[in-house]
Write a protein that binds this ligand. Structure first.
Ligand code: NDP
Length: 337
């Protein structure tokens, strides 16, 4: 990144928190969202880092957005907990729900958390990583907006539907993957539009449902799932598990709810947590390490490794932030105060 500064994690969280609270978001939501965005920035997930901060103003302008949300978890059974984000940002509700989820998963072996009615545009890995840091295997998923055509279809119906998974490791951070089930992210396609470059044909369709390499036409038409019918089926599973199963919007319903406000998608999220000892006993984690070693033996890496390397660098040298972005954040903050 050219024209950048290095800033400590503490200072960046304070800046992001002040940005949000000076724009009327309550302290608990400001703190939770600031931390999640800064974690992404710290680990080099720049598309889901501080770059998202200016867009939070658009989301907060949605007529249903609740700046004062104070979500509280609600026990449904020994293994199920639900939390209503009350139309605020979803990450505070998820953070609060995760406390109950972790406790239940340790007690019962497997637990699920439904987060309903949250505006959401953050990466998923920070929260599955936090669950896994408590010794559990974690999965999380959510719908978005109906931008993606199912395999064989010709217009948007499914979301970009991200899924994240984390596996705990002894004395090491968890193995974590987190990606959208679309062939490319919307942000990547938009970047190609800005630079005027074509994209691979399998990324999307124009508004007539025909394959296109023109990023602008795809953004106005439909994206495609990764891996043809396989990605399409996984995206469908995510719609069902994080939609009807938990009494939440599908991507199409979430898009209608937006009413053209261009806010972050508002929907539900499903978290699952498993105790690795239930079937595998004390040896489950060591058994997994043998598999992980096989990756390194062939020169492959585990998902999450790149982020952890960047995290170490951020701790040593400060977190990279582009100066123009920082200027923009400060200007918007000045306007709010
Ligand atoms: P990518 O296609 O970039 O895949 C990222 C994942 O794959 C990471 O876990 C990454 O690990 C891993 N990975 C990448 N390359 C390798 C490799 N060579 N070997 C092993 N693992 C590898 O992700 P997307 O663009 O689809 O998604 C990016 C982010 O967007 C995600 O964090 C997702 O949560 C977010 N998103 C959020 C949405 C929302 O609703 N809030 C909607 C859609 C996406 P590593 O980080 O170590 O490189």
């Amino acid at each position: 990144m050219t024209n950048e500064l290095r800033i400590s994690e503490t200072n960046l969280i304070a800046l992001a928190e002040e940005f949000l609270s000076s724009n009327g978001l309550n302290i608990a939501q400001s703190r939770s969202l600031a931390r999640t965005l800064v974690e992404a920035q710290r680990d080099g997930s720049f598309s889901h880092g501080l770059q998202r901060l200016p867009g939070t103003l658009t989301t907060m302008s949605h007529p249903q957005f609740n700046r004062d949300a104070d979500p509280q978890p609600h026990d449904l059974s020994v293994a199920a907990v639900q939390i209503d984000a009350q139309f605020g940002f979803s990450c505070l509700a998820a953070e609060r729900g995760i406390e109950a989820l972790v406790e239940k998963a340790h007690d019962v072996g497997l637990a699920m958390l439904a987060v309903n009615n949250g505006f959401h545009s953050t990466a998923l890995w920070p929260l599955v990583e936090r669950i896994s840091n408590r010794g559990l295997v974690a999965l999380s998923m959510n719908p978005t907006h109906a931008w993606v055509a199912p395999a064989g279809g010709n217009r948007g119906l499914l979301g970009t539907n991200p899924i994240a998974f984390a596996w705990p490791r002894r004395d090491k951070p968890p193995a974590v993957f987190d990606f959208a089930t679309s062939a490319a992210s919307r942000a990547d396609i938009a970047m190609h539009r800005e630079t005027g470059t074509e994209v691979p044909e399998e990324w999307g369709l124009d508004n007539q449902g025909k394959p296109s390499r023109d990023p602008a036409k795809i953004l106005a038409g439909a994206m495609l799932p990764f891996g043809g019918h396989k990605g399409s089926a996984i995206a469908l599973m995510i719609e069902l598990l994080a939609g009807p199963l938990i009494g939440a919007f599908t991507s199409r319903e979430s898009q209608s709810f937006d009413q053209g406000a261009d806010a972050a998608p508002c929907h539900g999220e499903l978290f699952l947590a498993f105790s690795p000892g239930v079937f595998g006993g004390a040896g489950a984690l060591d058994h997994a390490e043998t598999l992980f070693s096989g990756f390194y033996e062939q020169g492959a890496r585990l998902p999450g490794d790149r982020r952890y390397r960047i995290r170490e660098n951020s701790a040593r040298e400060g977190i990279r932030v582009s100066s123009p972005l920082l200027d923009r954040i400060q200007v918007l903050m000045g306007a709010a105060i």
